[in-house]
Every structure is written in C-alpha cells, then in structure tokens.
Design a protein around this ligand. Sequence first.
Ligand SMILES: *Cc1c(COP(=O)(O)O)cnc(C)c1O
Length: 394
Amino acid sequence: MSDVTAPAGGSRLMATYPPQPVTFVRGEGCRLWDDTGREYLDFLSGLAVCSLGHSHPAVADAVSAQARTLLHVSNLFGTLPQREVAATLDRLIGAGPGKVFFCNSGAEANEAAIKLARRWGGRGRHVVVSAYGSFHGRTLATLHATGQPAKHEVFQPLPEGFRHVAWRDLDALAAAIDPSVAAVLLETVQGEGGVNPAGADYLRGVRALCDERAVLLIVDEVQTGLGRTGEWFGFQHYGVRPDVVTIAKALGNGVPIGACWARDDVADAFKPGDHATTFGGQPLATAAAAAVLSVMEAEDVPSRAARAGERLRREASALPGVRGVRGLGLLLAVELEEGKDAGRVAAHALSLGLVVNAVTPTALRLAPPLLVSDAEIDEAASLLARAIAAEGDR
Ligand SMILES: *Cc1c(COP(=O)(O)O)cnc(C)c1O
C-alpha cells in the first residue's frame, strides 16, 4: 500500500480530501481494478454517479462519436443533444411542462435553482429555507444552503439569504416561512446526511405549506434522481409535485453534467442574460446524458433498483453486527451495532475488495450501480459480513 501520509494522489494536489488508500485505473460494470491489478466490487458507484456501471458501452460510444463530431461551440449557438435531454428530463419528471438549464455539477444546479428562486421572488423575497443535515454543494451559496453549521465556520461570512430548520419538522418550517422567503430547498432522501428519507407525510406537508404561503418547493435530486431510489425521482414515492428539481450525479454516468428543471411559469422568470455557463449543456456532456437516459429507459432502471434494493436490504439486515438498514431502492445506509466504527469497517471492506463508504460514524452507505446482479449483491453481502466481523475482532 502507498504511503498514506503523502498528500492525496501525489504531492502537487491540494489536500482537500483525506489520503486516498487506492488508485483505480479501470472499471467495467460493478467492478474496479487498481494499479496493482487487484479487483474490487464497487458498491458506491463514484458516489451514486456511475448508475449504469463503469465503462458502459453505449455511453462510451456516444462520448467517442460526439468527440469526433462536435465538442463545443458555446451557448450563443444551438446544439443538438441538449434539446433531446431536456425533453426527456421534462417527461421523466412528470410535473411539467417545464424547462431545463444545463450546468456542470450538482452545486451548480442548486446555484441555478437558488438564483431562479430569487428572480421569481423579486426583491425582498429571496430567502431559501433548507434543513439541518442536508447537503446541497460546496460553492459559497450552496454551502450556506447546506444545513451543516460546522462546515460553515471557516468560510464566514457566507452569502446572505439562507435559513435552516429541523429535518422532518413541519412546525419549524411553518415558523421559518415569512414574507422574505422565496423557496424551500430539500432532498427527498438526505444523502450525505446519513441516508434519511423525507417520508410521505413530511413532504406532502411541505408541499401544502409551500402552496399556502406561495413559495417554491425545490427538490434536490442530485443524489436520489434517475432511478436510484426505485422511482425516476425521489419525490415520486410521495406523490408530490415540486416546482423546481435539481439533477446531476448519475446524469452523465461519470461525465460531468448538472441540470436545473423548473415548471414553465417558474422557469420563465429567467430572462436572457440572467444566468449562464460556458460549458453547461455542451454537446459532449449532453451526448453522454442522452445515451444514459436512453439505456436507463430501455433497462427500466427504477424497477431494477427497487427489486435489487429489496434483496440488498434483506441480506444486509440479516448480517451479524447490523442494527438496521434504511433508505430507498439502491440508496441504503447500514447502521452498525454499538461500538462498531463505520470508517474502520469501510477500510476493512476495501482491503477485502468491496468499495463502500462511511456516511456517518456508525453507518455505511451502499449505492451500487443500478444494473447490479443478484450474484454481485450476494457477493457484496458476504464481503460486508467479513468486514464487520473484522471490526468486531479489534
Ligand atoms: C453531491 C450532491 C450535491 C453536490 O453535487 P456536486 O456535483 O458535488 O457539486 C448536491 N446535492 C446533493 C443532494 C448531493 O448529493
């Protein structure tokens, strides 16, 4: 193993990540290989990004064909794949008709949503209310929307106009919405916060409250979107129609792309010149996204994620040392029994050839590719059992 005290990946990278224990050089489906040729089963998918698995041939073909056709001309001119992707997203979201703004990441998708909410609200009505335990990105505005005060401190002062309330507390939300509020911004399952679903009662209550106070409901589906939870979008579990939806991670299966969708009457608040990006929506990224969505529809990934998620949940729940499993579809957290450290279990798992991460100090996140097979789930469960047992031996 390489020297873990050396800065991540080499001495000239900023140390924004903890030391990286392995270096991956190749991936195929649910498998990864490191620079020593060792094979791993990937149950993290690059943080819920590679939902179709690594090196998916349809995505690889689309990217290489587009690279030989047209990479980029700027948004001053029309290009093709972005129109198709926008139309497909609008159809899959099913709360429209609406329109899409393309960008390059989840944080940028949320930035676009926040700016859109401010433009829609008008002067004096600009506050965005989000929940404690949330994660919405690392830019200054999305960092402030992220309800984790410990992450804010060293970057103060943060942009004005953000307010936080307790997660799944409707009374707290009702108290926080005054006439300065333009929007409520929530994940449908808090991902980075520990894989905590909003639940139908809460999200329906939030929708009713937003209607009553005439504020926008923005759902951050950056991690939950595109089949991960067993529906195309997390909000579809709860029968709620959001006004704005942000998407990123899985949309390019590893090619960077983000999207902010809004219902027509909200989207129309943006006028030419209000918001822009050099790369957003460019042909390479949207060609990848078009291929991703087409494979996802052909494979019916939401149903596959729901079925595979049931199997994974059942097997993980039965393992010694596991207190419970929570989440939706193939976005699961395995809560360990008292005294077991999730970080150490994740490290044991990696040394056994299974990639997972510690989403809290006591819980592991499982987010395999949505095309994962039953045999791969069984294999991961047995590796996980060994990793948990190894932690117990300490
Ligand atoms: C990952 C994530 C983001 C940020 O996305 P980036 O592409 O890292 O900027 C925002 N919201 C949620 C819910 C996420 O999981």
